[in-house]
Write a protein that binds this ligand. Structure first.
Ligand code: DGL
Length: 257
């Protein structure tokens, strides 16, 4: 039985890559809904329809757990999925909780897609943590397209990020939360653009920890992402070659798990 990972596109590969390192004995399925990416600029109803369709397809495979490796899809539809299906479903949400816990009262910048930022799920999360006055929100929606185009160094990308992050007065901030799985690919670029004392926090490690504990598997921190994976693009099986350059890029990024 496989563990399925779902995302609108290549963002969830950052979560898959980490899972493959920690669960090298498992078999994985990765489903990118590339025909419909980006999700973040779509309506709640459109995203719901796309995700329900993709998950129905995944349920026809032999899977033992489903990771919605997409903050946007999770904020729209994870509740419906959990009501409909009985297997373990792990969603992702911007890691505001760990950021608030670590921040000692300083501010947090939560970056996510347009849709994640406008959904109630994030608003409730911030309210429940009593963190309204500590959290600032910033859409980095265009990073999704840069990521899909494998553009991690053009001058347009740099200008976009500089425009978004370069004008912030970081002196009152503790951390930046990368609340979209596509944003992980830009972590090193972001690191170089913001002051060194600002922490960069994402939800990937927490998601894999949750997956491992739900499966009761043992965790084996391998240096290489060597597990087996079948890949699908919007319901069509494709060769791993489609995503190899992203997986190599993630290995080079060497993000600690
Ligand atoms: N990777 C996704 C996320 O974590 C969605 C990006 C998009 O399709 O806009 O939110």
């Amino acid at each position: 039985m496989s563990i399925a990972f779902f995302d609108s596109g290549v963002g969830g590969l950052s979560v898959l890559h980490a899972a493959m390192q920690r669960l090298p004995g498992e078999q994985f399925i990765y489903y990118a809904d590339t025909d419909n990416v980006p999700y973040g600029t779509k309506t709640h109803a459109e995203i719901r329809k796309h995700v329900l369709g993709a998950v129905e397809f995944l349920m026809s495979k032999e899977i033992k757990a489903l990771v919605i490796a997409c903050n946007t899809a999770t904020s729209v539809v994870v509740k419906d999925l959990r009501e409909k299906y009985s297997l373990p479903i792990i969603g992702m949400e911007p890691a505001v909780k760990p950021a608030v816990e670590l921040s000692s009262g300083r501010k947090i910048l939560v970056c996510a897609t347009d849709r994640t930022l406008s959904e109630d799920k994030l608003k409730h999360l911030i309210k429940d943590l009593d963190a309204d006055d500590k959290v600032s929100l910033l859409s980095l929606q265009e990073l999704v397209d840069y990521g899909e185009n494998f553009d991690f160094n053009s001058s347009m990308l740099m200008a976009y990020l500089n425009d978004k992050l370069g004008t912030i007065d970081w002196s009152t901030y503790h951390s930046i939360v990368l609340g979209c799985t596509h944003f992980i690919f830009f972590e090193n670029i972001i690191r170089d653009m913001i002051p060194h004392n600002i922490k960069i926090i994402d939800g990937n490690t927490g998601t894999i920890n949750r997956l491992i504990s739900l499966l009761g598997s043992s965790d084996s921190h391998s240096a290489k992402a060597s597990a087996l994976c079948d890949y699908y693009i919007s319901g069509r099986e494709v060769s791993s070659i489609y995503f190899d350059h992203y997986m190599r890029f993630l290995t080079e990024l060497n993000i600690p798990q």
